[in-house]
Ligand binder design. Structure first.
Ligand code: SAH
Ligand code: SF4
Ligand code: F3S
Length: 477
């Protein structure tokens, strides 16, 4: 079993997400999403494209005309989960032969037509850059043809498509600011499944944020695989071929962040993911300057050892990474910091693992996503190195890292007890319907009595006690 963030990622894995609207007598779409926030955000683009075609969404796949599974290929375990689910849908198809089943996203891109030929599990296979083709592909599938489009694009950002918000609390929303990744970390499948990096027009991002604010949303999270690499120099201008002058005039991530922060002081801004090799002090100063940019950074380290980082092709050393963390803490002492780390990468020695252990102890993260290395086909690591750490040892090392993190999380949470936190009310607490849940600027979850409040309100909450990952509080008048 994979060990990841149980609260934020795992709990949403595979949930069907629905939205209001669409024609009640139209066809019904059931869409289930796996993987990262970008995939969830893509599902909202897909839903938008199909709602335009007269579809409505449903949370019950038994009443669906079309079932889409938006898939993740990041680790073997993620793919296994999807395979299992697709077999269930295949059985549903036996009962309803007109049902169309489509696989979308990263696993579709990785396996391409194999899904149709070898496994015969689905009717449609669509990669992340081909969603505009969905109405056409559904038409083909309904005529009994197999439909595939896995063409990756260098330009597609879906900038002109207004996503419909699925399963929305009406308060927080994701905005994709770029697609793809040019980094080629040796372990990672993303560059193969999502193609080349491209940034989205900042005006379309700002207007999406403004539109959300006007609809009552109070928090946006800007999404990209490496947000620090965001650069917009005008339509069609590729980052690699810019003149010095064009580069100087281009909008970088720090500038984009400022533009979004200026939409309204009541609109909170978050972003994910930062890359240690590219995160600039400019971004940190911009964060410090605006109250409404949340003081929270997710800065994946992957390993605490410089040789391993080199084999991973991450582009930084242990020392460089530590300097970045020190700089965050210097510029924003109150910032919440989280990370991603993996154990058992190719050739990882005991000494190299100890460096990850010491880095995790040193980092005192508020939160971490922790994984055992899973070899992915086609990646540089698969071609160049041997996946030579036994599963048992990967798991043992992972467990060690998890225990350190549990202690850090507990310590960080406890340190917040007794303090007053500005919280954005998001939704009813899952555990207690008389309470709201919301988060403070550091992304820590608080649960507190409903009082006269409603989602979208800001409130000061005194944290009186805590569990490992949640603060329990009282409203401060
Ligand atoms: N773009 C982000 C990461 C996206 S993938 C970044 O560069 O930080 C999310 C996380 O999954 C990664 O940070 C990494 O910790 C983990 N991951 C990626 N590939 C993996 C693999 N092959 N095995 C195990 N974990 C992996
Ligand atoms: Fe994968 Fe590296 Fe790109 Fe992150 S930065 S998506 S880990 S290649
Ligand atoms: Fe998974 Fe693709 Fe995201 S592989 S983590 S869904 S970019």
């Amino acid at each position: 079993m994979e060990t990841g963030n149980k609260v934020i990622i795992e709990s949403r894995q595979g949930e069907a997400l629905v939205t209001e609207g669409g024609k009640p007598d139209g066809k019904k779409l059931f869409i289930e999403s796996y993987g990262c926030q970008m995939n969830f955000s893509d599902s909202e683009i897909v839903a938008s494209i199909l709602l335009d075609q007269g579809f409505s969404t449903t949370g019950d796949f038994n009443e669906a005309d079309v079932i889409f599974v938006n898939t993740c290929a990041i680790r073997e375990g993620a793919e296994q989960r999807v395979r299992k689910r697709l077999t269930e849908f295949k059985n549903a198809k036996k009962k309803n032969p007109d049902l169309v089943v489509g696989v979308l996203g990263c696993m579709a891109e990785r396996l391409k037509a194999k899904f149709l030929e070898e496994e015969k599990l689905v009717d449609i296979v669509v990669g992340p850059d081909a969603y505009r083709d969905l109405p056409n592909l559904i038409g083909r599938a309904e005529e009994g043809h197999k439909a595939v489009n896995v063409i990756l694009s260098k330009e597609e950002t879906y900038a002109d498509i207004t996503p419909v918000r699925l399963d929305s609390n009406g308060v927080t929303a994701f905005i994709s600011i770029m697609r793809g990744c040019d980094n080629m970390c040796s372990f990672c499948v993303v560059p193969f499944t999502r193609g080349r990096e491209r940034s989205r027009d900042p005006e379309s991002i700002v207007s999406e944020a403004r539109d959300l604010f006007e609809k009552g949303y109070r928090e946006v999270t800007l999404l990209g695989q490496n947000v620090d690499s965001y650069l917009w120099a005008g339509g069609g201008l590729k980052k690699e071929i810019l003149t010095d002058e064009q580069r100087a005039q281009a909008v970088n991530f720090a500038q984009l962040l400022e533009k979004v922060a200026l939409v309204n002081p009541l609109l909170r801004v978050r972003f994910s993911t930062s890359h240690p090799k590219d995160m600039t002090d400019d971004v940190l100063h911009t964060m410090a300057k605006y109250e409404n940019i949340c003081k929270y950074i997710h800065l994946p380290v992957q390993s605490g050892n410089s040789d391993v980082l080199e084999r991973m092709n991450r582009g930084y050393s242990r020392e460089w990474y530590m300097e970045r963390i020190n700089t965050i803490r210097r510029i924003m002492p109150e910032a919440g910091i989280s990370t991603d780390i993996m154990t058992g990468f190719c050739g990882e020695t005991e000494a190299e693992h100890r460096d990850s252990v010491s880095l995790m102890e040193w980092g005192e993260y508020d939160f971490a996503y922790m994984f055992a290395y899973s070899e992915r086909p086609k990646t540089q690591a698969e071609r160049q190195f041997e996946d030579d750490i036994p599963e048992e040892l990967k798991k043992k090392r992972l467990q060690e890292i998890i225990e350190i993190q549990q202690e850090s999380s507990m310590k960080k949470t406890k340190a917040m007890v007794g303090k007053v936190h500005r919280v954005l009310v998001e939704r009813t607490s899952k555990k207690d319907e008389n309470k709201w849940m919301g988060r403070n600027t550091q992304n820590m979850v608080l649960v507190f009595p409903k009082g006269e409040l409603k989602p979208g309100d800001y409130v000061d909450v005194l944290a009186t006690t805590c569990t490992a990952t949640t603060l329990i509080g009282e409203i401060v008048r």
